[in-house]
Design a protein around this ligand. Sequence first.
Ligand SMILES: Cc1cc2nc3c(=O)[nH]c(=O)nc-3n(C[C@H](O)[C@H](O)[C@H](O)COP(=O)(O)OP(=O)(O)OC[C@H]3O[C@@H](n4cnc5c(N)ncnc54)[C@H](O)[C@@H]3O)c2cc1C
Length: 401
Amino acid sequence: MSGTVVVGAGLAAAHVVATLREEGDDQPVTLVGDEPVRPYERPPLSKGYLQGATPRDEVFVHPEDWYAEHDVETRFGTTATAVDREARTVALSDGGVLGYDHLVIATGSSPRTLDVPGADLDGVRTLRRLADSDLLRGDLDARSRLVIVGGGWIGLEVAAAARSAGCDVTVLEYAAQPLLRVLGPQLAAHFAALHRAHGVDLRTGVGVEAFDGAAGRVTGVRVGGELVPADVVLVGVGAAPNVGLAVAAGLAADARGIVVDERLRTADPAVLAAGDVALAHNTALGHGLRVEHWDNAIRQGALAARSILGQDAVHDWQPYFYTDQYDLGMEYVGFADADDDVVVRGDPAGSELVAFWLRDGRVRAAMNVNVWDVNDRLRALVGRRIPPERLADESVPLAEL
Ligand SMILES: Cc1cc2nc3c(=O)[nH]c(=O)nc-3n(C[C@H](O)[C@H](O)[C@H](O)COP(=O)(O)OP(=O)(O)OC[C@H]3O[C@@H](n4cnc5c(N)ncnc54)[C@H](O)[C@@H]3O)c2cc1C
């Protein structure tokens, strides 16, 4: 009995096993995850679930009995500790050993932390797991002062949730704008203005020097020689791929992810990687890319299963992600650099707009903000040469570009 072993019971893993079963695979499938619960979606942890609006039941990918009904063996609360590629086995923290014909490493990523004094004080938190969101939710009441280190997606989503709960929120961002590296200065300014309009004390160009505490609990953040008082701190400074298993197994992997081809295979044909951990060759872009987004985990989970089944599918789609902050909902498709040319359709300072990123006259990425049911159309525009005046001209329907 070998079949497929999937390590890391997150979103990508859930879609590996679901696709294997949907495609009629009847070989043994085992899902190994170090968290005590079945796979769940992380986006609600910084949005609806954090705010108490999304019930816990709704975050799971499948109902509880789905795995047994589909003959998927589960080992939740169990860490995969080593892979022996010669013997084709995975060792588990409970002493068990699983044989495999195919192994999918879908171990995701872990929040980066700050190496400054006081980083281990109580109340200095990161956000990745359900339990992290539960703890943070417990901190969000109207009397609390939350300091968020890092103006990335998670930091800004939590800022929005905390402001909605009435907290006093300060965001400390090292760069000159939040989201600068992803969106470039013009659209980054849009998000900065949004948060300031909602009462966030957003400070940019600042680096955290230390966390102050009393009786083991954080009381403030030292930044630029000043002390910002805090009852709780969220450190949202990015995530690092969980490559330890792959590195120890002698696979090509480092801080950039596990190197896989367009079918998500490592150099060992029996071992694949998917989701946040995979540095996967993208045929649409012509280079390897590691993507830390929900859509990618779903699509790559399905693709890993199709590769195992020998189907003709490759990693050929443009990256996609979304965010919700206050009354702003946004979708982004493509892959651009912050210094690409930006064209905005609609009022750049308004609440509804579509933005395009271009290089050498070609659309590389597009984003719709509070404009709905257009993202498929925007996806179709990526890669095309369209005059910027036409892109900006609202009298030309998107469908006619
Ligand atoms: C708070 C938050 C909000 C987000 N919001 C958005 C959003 O709005 N839009 C968007 O596009 N994306 C969002 N994302 C990103 C998205 O959730 C991730 O890209 C997605 O979860 C990646 O799925 P994955 O399966 O690759 O990894 P994960 O979901 O991280 O799953 C990997 C699992 O593997 C486990 N694991 C690791 N090592 C081992 C081991 N050795 N043995 C056993 N198990 C192991 C981990 O503990 C984890 O449970 C958000 C992420 C977070 C944390």
